[in-house]
Design a protein around this ligand. Sequence first.
Ligand SMILES: Nc1nc2c(ncn2[C@@H]2O[C@H](COP(=O)(O)OP(=O)(O)O)[C@@H](O)[C@H]2O)c(=O)[nH]1
Ligand SMILES: [Mg+2]
Length: 538
Amino acid sequence: MSRHRDRSEASALTHRLEALNKARELGEGRLSADVLAEVYQVLERASTRRSLSSEHTVVGFFGATGSGKSSLFNAVSGTSAAVVGARRPTTADPLAAVWGPAGSEELLDWLDVPRRIHPVDSAGESEPDAGLILLDLPDFDSTAAEHRRIVERMAGMVDVLVWVLDPQKYADAALHHGFLRRLAADGAVTTVVLNQIDRLSPADQEAVTASLCSVLAQDGLGDVDVLPVSARTGAGLTRLRRRIADVAQSRQAATARLTLEVGRAARSLGEAAGTSDAAGISDSGRRRLGRELAEAARVDAVAQAVAGSYRREAVKRTGWPLTRWLVRLRPDPLRRLNLGRSDVRPELNRTSLPAAGPPERARLDSAVRTFADEAAAGASDPWRAAIRAAARRGRQDLEEELDGAVARTELHSGRLAWWWPVFGVLQWLGLLAALAGAVWLAVPAVLGYLQLPVPDVPRTQGFPVPTLLLAGGLLLGIVLALAARPLAAAGARARAGAARRRLQASVADVADAVIVRPVQAELLVLGEFTECVRRARG
Ligand SMILES: Nc1nc2c(ncn2[C@@H]2O[C@H](COP(=O)(O)OP(=O)(O)O)[C@@H](O)[C@H]2O)c(=O)[nH]1
Ligand SMILES: [Mg+2]
């Protein structure tokens, strides 16, 4: 049962550690480096502690000078290994009493505890407490900075903290408001020992214990047990030994402490990240971005050029044959933009649209920023910055991407309209008829001049046929030219409309690839981060 709980708690911790690590990775480059470094430390410590003996529980005695840490260490371990009553800070090295030594070496190396003793209990075996490492530590309020540093480090590394207080100094402000309060917030302190109760009368013992409990409650340690003991008389020592042995035998303290640490790190990471309720990408925001980008890509100008090119081509192919060459004097508006050419590989093509000036660029900047800001609305500062940065990265290549997209868009500028060849042939027929009529009319004049007999011209309905040919041919040319105008206008409109739609689609693709998707990816990261922090908090 307990084994089973061990395993499930350990695997819960594994999941939370994984979630915390994932959150840390996602926060990289997005959140404050300090917070991430702290989280990294917790992760590293947790993974190292877990890779070391899970059979051992590390219990440290913490407290002020003269509270009786060393005396209690000796009493609990049944040795006299620790120096009692050292007036000045002596050695900084913590001292370890190890029960069940197998596998403890690496753990003690990692804790950096070089001095180790292996006590045996009165029955000559170490089994009852197997897997316990008890530490006598330097004084928390030592005058030597090195000692304080060691205590500080150990407080973060041991599995269980036992606070040793004495009746004189138990309410010491420095102790409570510094160290203890911070550790209390982590839930890391499991036991508080009030030593030297032999110095108090039984009535005072109760009063002091009650007073101590209320002081601890103020520090958020209301749930913590207070054990009154005396290292000198041995009062309460059995309870203290049993308490420590129980904690060690359950083998859960290490996991419990790490779980608390992970929870704390996840909370601080979550606080650093702030709220994650980003508004996300709306359809209207996306459409507005598309419109602005189409504007920047000069889709209208290109569509107008498509219309102009169509009209020019229509005149070239359907105009009166004798004057249609005049249209060649005007350049093709599409060619002027370097568009609609079949001789250039489209993927290499660039338009000759005028480059964006400062106002156009500013407008594009603002369109991209507005889009990102809208998507990020509601999220906290670091995430808003990350979302904006994703959009800004896309902004860098935007002009070039848009130009390339316009250049690649199929404009169908070379495509023939159905009526062009029809009108073209009719124009030639009209012209030929008019020429034939003119020549025929000229024949009698030439024959008359040469004094040759002039044949009668044939007539229909009283009109001479050559005259009809001439007039009809010219009239046909005029009618065709008039009829071609509305056709050319309608065709130009249709082709420009189709080109505009295709251009807008190309621009929308660019907007998607360069701006929308990176922003979307960032929003996904944000969602995933939040989920990981939630899982890491447990
Ligand atoms: N009266 C009394 N004195 C104690 C008790 N425990 C320790 N002392 C004395 O308090 C002094 C400091 O003890 P020590 O174990 O070195 O405290 P440390 O500085 O916390 O390691 C020594 O003179 C001890 O003899 C106790 O339970 N009762
Ligand atoms: Mg000591």
